[in-house]
Design a protein around this ligand. Sequence first.
Ligand code: ISE
Length: 324
Amino acid sequence: MSIGVGVIGTGVMGSEHTRLLRQETPGAHLAGVHDADGARATAAAGGTEIFADPQALITSDRVKAVIVAAPDASHAALVMACLAAGKPVLCEKPLAATAQEALKIVQAETAQGRKLIQVGYMRRFDPGYREMKRHREAGKIGRTVLLHNIHRNAQAPEWFTGAMAITNSFVHEIDISRWLTGSEMVAAHVAAGPGGDPLMVTMRTDKDEIISTEVFLNAAYGYHVHAELVGRSGTVALAEPARTTFNQQGMGGISYPDNWIPRFAEAYRQQLAQWIGAMASGAFAGADAWDGYVASALAEQIAAGHASGSETRLHLAARPELYA
Ligand code: ISE
């Protein structure tokens, strides 16, 4: 039986989810959408139901699972409403706009005693990152000592404000760094380049590894994400993100996409396919609500440390048994 999925928010990410559900997700179909912008909702709905408000979508009998891709500030309330309705939810990152809201979600899910939430840290499904993790776990590079991350956008999304370089972009690096190394972050320092962009964030883990990340929101030439794990006996890095190389006008090389959707196309596809595949068992493979809380909590502390110019000792609430 095909699972009806409702999508809340049909901007850049939400409309990609609706496209995937309509065209590339076996076992699921788009059951309807909600967006505050009616024209955007109509374009993404592809003839399916357009819900006037998100609560109606969440509680509809035709909607068995929900994707939240609305603005960051609305995530927490929408995820709470899905929990209250007992419906699985794939929430785009970040899980919540504040650590306090994210922790409340963790507590609410813990009180229900079963996991319904997955957070859209899709890099965990990217074939390159998965291979890096497999190599590390197979002992191919020896004990990890360093991880270098590069996170470059061609230009900052127009809706970026305040500390979003950290709370919306760098959160990916927190999540993927924890997932790749299997370590927790204990301290962080941020150095800002001219005009505040790029940022250079250095974190230290509970195994004393160093994690360096460049976050450059206006790198001009394209969208570019890179990572290299350094171990005592070798290194493993993502290969170039393109499938083809070109020669033209006296130059050769690869091209870079404008944004994350082409770069992580396979990761988004896999994330959705595996989420749908796990619906019956509830054994979701991606980042859970705890991972979502950790990324948001650390991002908030790192952003505060950046504002005050100091190195930040990072801290977390106690991890509930549900997420052991
Ligand atoms: C955006 O919201 C994403 O999630 C992208 O994956 C990230 O690379 C970008 O920096 C964010 O703005």
